[in-house]
Design a protein around this ligand. Structure first.
Ligand code: NAD
Length: 489
């Protein structure tokens, strides 16, 4: 019997209005393991109505103390119950258990962070350049927030939106990716007796059927989107039509710049983690290795040695290093991009093909791939692959390295590897990117904003303004002295 995941609306599991279901494929086996509800406008309308009602309750909207308490309740529940979410998410997206377990163990922490941050928010008195009046700033919730997420880390991406949105006094409608929805549905169910009805709703289904309806709904006042450039552009277009703000967390083609004086073992580990963790299916994947020509040959050899020792297999096993690509469409896309790269003159230094894993012959496994002789005009150098494909290009001086790094439509993350701290800061200031890592890669913290420039999107998640980003500013002016007659002569 295949498990079915319904929508979660107004505190209850809710069957799809259409009566239709979408198969969820386990990418390790290629077999259907579950079904998710295929949502439509009627389901979205139900969720919008529930969210609107919940967001207007005075004990939610106007009581930061109450909201903080509920967020602490969510955090505590996730601390105790997160383990049941791990296998569900892996069945959907094939990410290996060591990575998913770590993300799930940290899930409660995101909600606790914003519970504490909310408790510290104060009414802000404004310092004015006027006499006879005072003013202070009030922050008011938007009301209903649309949170649209991608399949690579569904619950962590959702946490970055849901936790600050709830802290800001809003209700949310989450639309997880149709490729990996189950964990988000279960997450809402696990919290059902901790969160008042209607504050967290999950409507599953296709982007152009459910996601588009959420963005188009009048009562949804802000949309936070994580996904592809194409999806983000559609969301922003519809949001603009309604004059509602959107935040877009999109893709990247992040450079890892390795200078000749780098601590090579650290740089090798950092480059490996940047592109081969999560099979490169990470928005910050460090997919372009820009390396000093003196060390290129030895560096690539060392990367190949590291890849040789990796163990492919069941993502649910602790000893697996490389699991499957998350879904067949992504798998086909990666292989065809590698093929086109070959045709454009790239040479394969490692990998490049499908990997047949005994016991998982129908799974979507792919060899981690390193490409050399990649032209900076080639598709594989310029377009996001969202897979385990590292392109290598060497440089002979820092100006060339900076030019190569910045010659991209994207600007999400970058890595710099050198033992000279002053030089690292100089290079970091010249890189066009929302995040620059020096001598490490991938740190993320609720205290630091995440987001991109150029086609990697706009707006930020996390960081000190995260709650404010889900609220609107309202100024209250107070007259301190009597008002003079405006027409007095
Ligand atoms: P996608 O754009 O196909 O889908 C993302 C979400 O948007 C899904 O829930 C999808 O159903 C929905 N969607 C699609 N079309 C829509 C529409 N017209 N209106 C509303 N919603 C719509 O992206 P994906 O393949 O799921 O995710 C991979 C992409 O996400 C990559 O480009 C990756 O870099 C990016 N990503 C970015 C970050 C970040 O923080 N910057 C994090 C993870 C993934």
């Amino acid at each position: 019997m295949i498990r079915r995941f319904q929508h979660f609306i107004n505190g209850h599991s809710t069957p799809p209005n259409s009566g239709e279901w979408i198969d969820s494929i386990n990418p390790a086996t290629g077999a259907v393991w579950a079904q998710i509800a295929r949502g439509n406008k009627a389901d979205v309308d139900l969720a919008v109505e529930a969210a609107l009602t919940a967001s207007q309750q005075p004990d939610w909207r106007d009581s930061a103390a109450n909201r903080s308490e509920i967020l602490h309740g969510i955090a505590d529940r996730l601390d105790s119950e997160h383990k049941q979410l791990i296998e569900i998410e892996i069945n959907d997206n094939g990410k290996r258990i060591r990575e998913v377990a770590a993300q799930m163990a940290g899930l409660g922490g995101w909600y606790r962070h914003f519970a504490l941050a909310l408790a510290k928010m104060e009414v802000e008195e404004l310092t004015l350049d006027l006499e006879g009046v005072s003013a202070h700033l009030e922050l008011i919730p938007y009301g209903v927030i649309g949170a649209i997420t991608a399949w690579n880390s569904p619950l962590m991406i959702a946490a970055w939106k849901v936790a600050p949105a709830l802290a800001g006094g809003n209700a949310v409608i989450i639309k997880p990716s149709e490729m990996a929805s189950a964990s988000t549905v279960l997450f809402a169910e696990v919290l059902s007796d901790v969160v008042p009805d209607g504050l967290i709703n999950v409507v599953t289904g296709y982007g152009d059927e459910v996601g588009a309806e959420i963005v188009d709904a009048d009562a949804v006042k802000k949309v936070s989107f994580t996904g592809s450039e194409i999806g983000g552009s559609k969301v922003a277009t519809t949001a603009a039509k309604h004059v509602k703000p959107s935040t877009l967390e999109l893709g990247g083609k992040s450079p890892q710049i390795v200078f000749a004086d780098a601590d090579l073992e650290s740089a090798i580990n950092g480059v490996m983690s940047g592109i081969f963790l999560s099979n490169g299916q990470s928005c910050v994947a460090g997919s372009r290795l820009i390396i000093h020509d003196e060390i290129r040959g030895a560096f690539v050899e060392r990367l190949k040695e590291k890849l040789d020792g990796l163990h492919f297999g069941n993502p649910l096993r602790e000893d697996t290093d490389i699991g499957p690509i998350a879904n067949e469409a992504q798998f086909d896309k990666i292989l065809s991009m590698v093929d086109r790269a070959r045709q454009e003159g790239a040479t394969i230094a490692a990998g490049g093909s499908k990997k047949v894993v005994p016991g998982f012959e129908n799974g979507f496994f792919m060899e981690p791939t390193i490409l050399e002789n990649v032209s900076p005009y080639a598709e594989i150098w310029r377009k996001e692959v969202f897979g385990p494909v590292l392109c290598v290009h060497s440089f002979s001086n820092k100006e060339e390295a900076i030019t190569l790094a910045n010659d991209s439509d994207y600007g999400l993350a970058a890595g710099i590897w050198t033992t000279d701290e002053g030089f690292a800061s100089e290079i970091a200031s010249k890189i066009d990117s929302g995040t620059v890592y020096i001598n490490h890669y991938r740190s993320v913290s609720a205290c630091a904003p995440v987001g991109g420039i150029k086609k990697s999107g706009y707006g930020r998640e996390l960081g000190p303004n995260a709650i404010r980003d889900f609220m609107q500013e309202k100024v209250i002016w107070n007259g301190k002295v009597g008002v003079p007659d405006p027409f007095a002569r």
